[in-house]
Design a protein around this ligand. Sequence first.
Ligand code: ZN
Length: 247
Amino acid sequence: MTSTIPSTPRSRPITPEAAPGPVSARIRERLQQAGVSFFANDNLADHLLDGELDQLEIEVAGKVREMLRSLVIDIDNDHNTEETAERVARMYLHEVFKGRYHHQPKIASFPNVKKLDEIYTVGPISVRSACSHHLVPILGNCWIGIKPGDRVIGLSKFARVADWVFSRPHIQEEAVMILADEIERLCKPQGLAILVKAQHYCMKWRGVKEPQTSMVNSVVRGDFRHDPSLKQEFFELVKQQEAVLST
Ligand SMILES: [Zn+2]
């Protein structure tokens, strides 16, 4: 005979009191209605309501907990993995993928009063990302070359915007394009060149397990695109910066 006695209610994590259903479903619906893309390397910050990021953290932790159970890891008794789900959720939403869920850091630009038009490079700036295919790290360096336009931004700001753009699941080629778009939007340079050299843990840690391979790609826009000597100068400057590093 089947027992009809209800089982003891188990303690549940605090769930959002707002609309029913997972918060991710509500956010997805809102994005779809607005016709906004939510690919792995898109930023969603403008479409999140107050408090939704906290709710998302609870939801993601729950799903990671289930994934760990599916991997047959005894999270109820293993002291090492007891709080792994919460850590992973926090890490995704606020650290390694913060560029999806958080707004761009505030970056002030200033008029180029001295009408500077000599090119300069900034780098290496460390970049940290993860591949969209396996969510394993992509770690490398980035160099940015600028021929100033009407506005300028502080040197450290390039590192901030690069960190924000790269902190999403990516493929390297798209990451560089997105970074170029953001820098153009911030300071409208006459010319922009970006070079990224990165190691893909996709290839080091798994797959072909090739530890030394790195991927290099670049994007050149404006005067760097139209003037081959300027482009050459950028790559020379990067080489010099690299040489300084290795001394
Ligand atoms: Zn991968």
